[in-house]
Design a protein around this ligand. Structure first.
Ligand code: ADP
Ligand code: ZN
Ligand code: ZN
Length: 709
């Protein structure tokens, strides 16, 4: 019935990237002289431009055009690219629905923009026949698994999952991932694997490990990466390889969860607790959560791995108990031991209340660092603030280096004598004198990595590294030192080569890196996170410190030869805090149990579901007024789900003003995920209407399952 008579045009629904706040229905309807199967990639006119689109559905689902309006014609079809699979479209549709965005926006954000400009000849050139697989099984590493690894691999092989692999840092989780990928690929000559890591910085390291393992079996072209640091051309190449099946393994950051993988058999989410799996703009999806959904939908296995799992995954993998005979829906696998009988580092907590006032490095920590450096061992010192000092201050009139556009200070960067706002990027020269009173005596308050590096270099000035007999060297790695392309790799290589004795850095270096000669890690000022208004802050701090500790003593033989334990030092004003007490014992389960009990009591995630609605406007009043009005409209309309959704009053964001824009948010909470979803989708129309009433002067967005409150 949907086939028009000969010569007539087919009306097809096409997903295109429409502006975020357009109220246009979607997908849009276009005319085609031939019937095109759903999933076909096309070029279509949109306004004055020609854009990439995806035929989203069968013709009978095309939205009818208003009477008298002629449909615009599809401009071209991307010949030679197979249509996107139904499973991929279901993933996109689910993500769009769940995160309250349009299908077109999610679909087009997941495709490489360069696809649009691909002519048939270029395409033919790119889909080079895939090189024949090189089969030389002897070339692959033959690793003897530890008992814990072997049992995890066996469970994953025989059970349905999803799996939470709870393994200490250095327990060999990566090896388990590789074995499971190998099994899946060996079982089916077309099977594909997706391996996700939280940080771009960690992809090259993993890539070389994966290539070493799988290139001898399947060829170099079988492994591709996907992350935001790639050029458009590289992105296109990887995408096509995955889509055509030439790539058997895709490695990537959160964006890779949307890769077109028609024969997906296994998904790995490494460091599954990491906050960077949550996209923070546009469709605010959580790549880990989508990975679990996608795996179930496509019948693939999914393995979430971490030494400090998110409390959501931890709770979802709880074992059955008397009061809860079914337990969680995930299977938890344990790998507590470090490979090679290595010990986890000893945790030393320094009570700063007992130390000389004003010392950045307490005397015992400084002594420990000095001793290690003298013996040729390496140390890692962590501080989570880059720059020299968080603020510049005038003692005479109390002037502070505030950002003129944000409710935040401009950070003092000594190296180029600038003041820089870390929120809007506004930069200015450091003034010679106080801009308010002319006082010449303006001074930095607080401390960033740049200052820490300088102070440490001064403190270690006379320390000689044996047996080399040279002076100690301090290096720094943070977002400032690694801006240039290749800078991070170069700096990491220096650390690996032993050219740096003490490395100062932000959380960037706390994650994942396999440093062999670091035997001491120190967090000099971690207390800030204990008093955050965000209920996840203690969980995050524990995870960060545990992961940082995991950088120490990774090479058990080296530690044994040096003759002293690896150590993790923590300087704190609150040595009795439960975070540090649990950390001393490396006891994530105890810490998680305590946090979960608190969350259950307070009705917070994972025992409740949340969403944030944020409004941005010229004034705080307008932003909050918008949220209040939208909430009232929802109550007046008695929206579905409302009886189970609690709407909190609007509040300003912690950083209330950024780049001259005032920001407010409203928290929504419900014991039922379904009720919250119902409510949010019904509320969309009212939010659009409310925005129209505010004459477009307010912008709003919804963040479902927000990771920062
Ligand atoms: P994790 O990801 O749990 O922190 P890794 O997988 O990086 O740990 O393993 C830590 C170190 O132990 C790596 O250098 C790895 O090559 C090595 N390793 C892992 N499994 C084994 C094994 N079965 N035998 C020998 N070495 C192993
Ligand atoms: Zn002043
Ligand atoms: Zn600013």
């Amino acid at each position: 019935p949907s086939t028009p008579p000969d010569g007539a045009l087919h009306l097809l629904p096409v997903a295109v990237s429409t502006p975020a706040h357009s109220s246009v229905g979607e997908p849009l309807s276009y005319a085609s002289s031939t019937p095109l199967p759903p999933g076909t990639l096309v070029r279509v006119p949109l306004g004055a431009r020609e854009v990439l689109g995806v035929v989203w559905d069968a013709p009978e689902h095309a939205a009818p055009l208003p009477p008298g309006v002629q449909p615009r014609a599809i401009a071209g079809v991307l010949e030679g690219v197979a249509p996107l699979a139904p499973a991929w479209r279901r993933l996109v549709a689910f993500a769009a629905r769940y995160y309250q965005r349009s299908v077109g926006e999610v679909a087009l954000a997941a495709l490489p923009p360069q696809l649009r400009d691909l002519g048939p000849q270029q395409l033919a050139r790119r889909l080079r026949r895939a090189p024949p697989p090189v089969h030389s099984p002897g070339a692959t590493e033959n690793v003897a698994l530890s008992a814990e690894q072997a049992s995890a691999v066996a469970e994953i092989h025989t059970q349905p999952g999803p799996f939470l692999l709870f393994g200490s840092t250095g327990s060999g989780k990566t090896e388990v991932y590789l074995q499971c990928v190998a099994q899946a690929l060996a079982a089916d000559p077309q099977a594909q694997a997706l391996v996700m890591v939280p940080e771009i910085n960690l992809t090259p390291q993993l890539e070389s490990r994966v290539l070493a393992r799988f290139a001898p079996l399947y060829g170099d072209a079988a492994v591709v990466s996907m992350h935001s640091g790639m050029t458009p051309a590289q992105r296109l190449k990887s995408w096509l390889a995955a889509h055509t099946g030439a790539a058997r393994i895709v490695l990537g950051t959160r964006m890779a969860v949307f890769a077109s993988l028609p024969r997906l058999a296994v998904i790995v989410v490494d460091e599954e607790h990491d906050a960077s799996y949550k996209q923070q703009e546009g469709a605010r999806y959580h790549a880990r959560d989508l990975a679990v959904w996608r795996a179930r939908e496509q019948g693939a296995r999914v393995i979430l791995g971490s030494a400090t799992p998110s409390l959501e995954s931890w709770h979802a993998s709880r074992p059955p108990s008397a009061g809860d005979p079914r337990g969680g829906r995930y299977q938890r696998l344990y790998m507590p031991s470090r490979i090679g009988a290595g010990q986890l580092p000893r945790v030393c907590v320094v009570d700063m209340g007992q130390q000389p006032r004003g010392a950045v490095f307490s005397p015992p920590l400084l002594a420990a660092i000095t001793e290690r450096v003298q013996r040729g061992e390496q140390c890692l010192v962590l501080l989570n603030r880059r720059g020299f000092a968080p603020v510049l201050h005038c003692h005479a009139c109390s002037w502070k280096s505030d950002c003129p556009h944000c409710s935040a200070h401009q950070v003092f960067h000594k190296i180029d004598r600038t003041l820089r706002c870390h929120h809007c990027g506004f930069a200015s020269r450091v003034p010679r004198a106080c801009p308010a009173c002319g006082n010449l005596d303006i001074a930095p308050i607080g401390r960033g990595t740049e200052q820490l590096e300088e102070q440490l270099a001064a403190l270690l000035r006379n320390v000689i590294v044996e047996p080399a007999g040279r002076a100690a060297r301090v290096g720094r790695i943070d977002a400032d030192t690694t801006r240039a392309k290749g800078a991070l790799e170069e700096q990491l290589a220096q650390v690996h080569a032993g050219e740096v004795d003490v490395l100062v850095g932000t959380q960037m270096v706390a994650k994942g890196h396999d440093f062999r000669r670091i035997t001491l890690v120190a967090a000099v000022q971690p207390d800030g996170a204990l008093f955050s208004s965000d209920f996840r802050a203690p969980e995050r701090l524990f995870a960060l410190l545990m992961q940082a500790a995991g950088r120490a003593g990774r090479d058990a033989l080296y530690v044994a030869a040096q003759g002293q334990d690896a150590q993790m030092w923590i300087q704190t004003w609150h040595p009795e805090h439960p975070v540090y007490a649990a950390l001393r014992r490396h006891d994530w389960p105890a810490f998680a149990a305590q946090q979960l009990a608190e969350r259950a009591e307070a009705g917070m995630p994972p025992f409740a579901y949340q969403a944030l609605v944020r409004a941005d406007a010229r004034t705080q009043e307008a932003a909050q007024g918008f949220l209040t009005a939208a909430a009232e409209a929802a109550r007046a309309a008695q929206l579905p789900g409302l009886e189970q959704v609690f709407l909190f009053p609007p509040v300003p964001l912690t950083i209330q003003r950024v780049a001259g824009v005032e920001r407010a948010q409203m928290l929504l909470e419900s014991p039922s995920r379904a009720a919250l979803q119902h409510f949010l989708s019904a509320w969309q129309a009212l939010l659009h209407a409310e925005r129209a009433r505010h004459k477009g002067l307010v912008r709003w967005l919804v963040d479902v399952d927000p990771q920062a409150i």
